[in-house]
Design a protein around this ligand. Structure first.
Ligand code: HEM
Length: 486
């Protein structure tokens, strides 16, 4: 380098430095209030601790009181902006996919695969979601009420009938897993399903772990189980594909989710159109649906059972509604129908009120794909945005006396609850596609439980922790008694 160029470069270095410092000060002044804390860690442990102690709502409200509805912090290794309120939810759930992307911890992507709905965006997300919804929509699910009913009856006969004491949460997990297996994979009770459950439980054990793949880590065990689950689903896909080629007409026949997805693919291929799902997309999304549908519904059912033990007035009203339906049947063996479920209005309102007060999904993250302005502040590209359902669920300007259990709030939900305020199922294009499936499982199970059993809590501690899903102390042990239909 010639001396003249060298001197010019030297002279420019301070100018560039001053420019960069000024630029970063300007950016810093536009960031929301709050502290990022210790790099990488920030406020993660403090939030997780509050969740464990079931004081996360208070933790968040204190932040809001201190910094206002938009504040910055660091969560799980990433600078984060927490936003709050109806407008914030609308912004988060409806921003276009070039502005906000979905953001899940790295461990989830490695375990469930890179082609799940969680990871996809724009047209890819629409295509795969459309395929899943083609099975999960009410018009299709209504054919499966009887099949779900049979699964619930079998579960109660094996795990409740004749017992005096049971623990609710693990049993509800077994029940929802069996329903998912039967409806999604056509996999009924037997050795194969038992193997499947075993691998699945190991797989989900490491979903919220540090993604370091070393032998004997939780994450490593999860990854190994995930590849076993993948092989089992691939085997099912091959069997179902063979069965499909042997059938000429599958119209009007009951199918499972995998067959339904293969059917879409084959139809599309026949039309020389490639909008169907690849085998990898089927595998990844079947793993996602298994996971998404397992913890959530089982937790809703567990808290419903807890509420019915604690609240005799609600119990009496639900029992009345369910007994009327049971009495309209010629015998106890007659299965429930779609029309019966439509009559269970009060029961579903109670479930919705539980979801308002104890949402199984505490909240979630999105990622800013470019610099975004929100509420007069800058959210820099690459930062994550955090939403928590309870922020609007427990806001007294939206839900009067939010700590009071009041299912009547859901009587005319669309006219009394403003949009983007009840977000237990999320909102916008990523809103939970399993809403109807969860409604069916919940109503059918509660019907059989209240008409066949009475129960009381065995544990006097009525509290629960979050990890990150809410779990009652000791998994909710109860004492049960069989009752006769009056
Ligand atoms: C009480 C039960 C349930 C609750 C409270 C619930 C809640 C949620 C929430 C809050 C989201 C959105 C997350 C976000 O926007 O970041 C979601 C997404 C999802 N849920 Fe559910 N869920 C439930 C049951 C189910 C069931 C039974 C299934 C499947 C059969 C399911 C499948 C899914 C899937 C596939 C997504 C991802 C959607 C997408 O990204 O487009 N969920 N769920």
């Amino acid at each position: 380098m010639s001396p003249a160029i060298f001197i010019t470069v030297l002279l420019f270095i301070p100018v560039i430095f001053i420019f960069l410092v000024k630029g970063s000060r300007k950016t810093a002044s536009r960031l929301p209030p709050g502290s990022l804390g210790v790099p990488m860690i920030g406020q993660s442990f403090s939030l997780l601790y509050a969740m464990k102690k079931n004081t996360a709502e208070k933790w968040i409200l204190e932040r809001i009181r201190k910094y206002g509805p938009v504040s910055k912090l660091t969560l799980f290794g990433t600078p984060t902006v927490m936003i709050h309120g109806q407008a914030a939810n609308k912004f988060l759930f409806t921003s276009d996919c070039n502005t906000l992307g979905n953001q899940q911890p790295a461990s989830i992507m490695r375990i469930l695969g890179s082609r799940t709905l969680f990871e996809l965006s724009s047209d890819d997300h629409k295509r795969v979601r459309g395929a899943l919804v083609s099975f999960l929509k009410p018009e299709v699910l209504k054919q499966y009420v009887g099949k779900m009913d049979l699964q619930v009856r079998m579960h109660l006969e094996s795990h409740w009938q004749g017992k005096e004491k049971i623990t609710v949460l693990p049993l509800m997990k077994t029940l929802t897993f069996n329903i998912v297996c039967s409806l999604l994979f056509g996999l009924d009770a037997g050795e194969r399903r038992d193997k499947f459950v075993e691998h699945f439980r190991k797989m989900i054990g490491g979903m919220w772990s540090v993604p370091i793949n070393l032998p004997f880590t939780r994450f490593n065990r999860s990854l190994m189980a995930s590849s076993k689950v993948q092989s089992m689903i691939l085997q099912l896909i091959n069997e179902k594909r063979t069965a499909l080629t042997q059938q000429t007409d599958h119209q009007g026949q009951q199918q499972d989710l995998i067959t339904c997805l293969l059917n879409i693919k084959d139809k599309e291929n026949n039309m020389n159109n490639s909008v169907g799902l690849t085998d990898q997309e089927i595998i990844d999304n079947v793993r996602l649906v298994m996971t998404a549908g397992y913890d959530t519904s089982s937790i809703l059912l567990t808290f419903l059972i807890r509420l019915l033990a604690n609240n005799p007035v609600v119990h009496a009203s639900i029992l009345k509604e369910q007994e009327e339906i049971a009495k309209s049947k010629a015998s106890r063996d007659e299965l429930l129908t779609w029309e019966d479920l439509a009559k269970m209005k009060y029961t579903w309102r109670v479930a919705m009120e539980i979801l308002r007060m104890i949402p199984p999904v505490f909240g979630g993250f999105r990622k800013a794909l470019k610099d975004v302005e929100y509420g007069g502040f800058l959210i820099p590209k690459g930062w994550q945005i955090f939403w928590a359902a309870s922020l609007t669920h427990m806001d007294e300007s939206i839900f009067q006396e939010p700590s009071k259990f009041d299912p009547t709030r859901f009587e005319n939900q669309s006219s009394t609850i403003p949009p983007y305020c009840f977000v237990a199922f999320g909102g916008g294009p990523r809103m939970c596609p399993g809403y109807e499936f969860a409604r069916l499982e919940t109503l059918i199970t509660i019907h059989h439980l209240v008409t066949r059993f009475t129960w009381k809590l065995s544990c006097s501690d009525n509290s629960f922790t979050r990890d990150p899903m809410p779990e009652p102390v000791q998994g909710l042990p109860i004492e049960i008694q069989t009752r006769k239909l009056e």
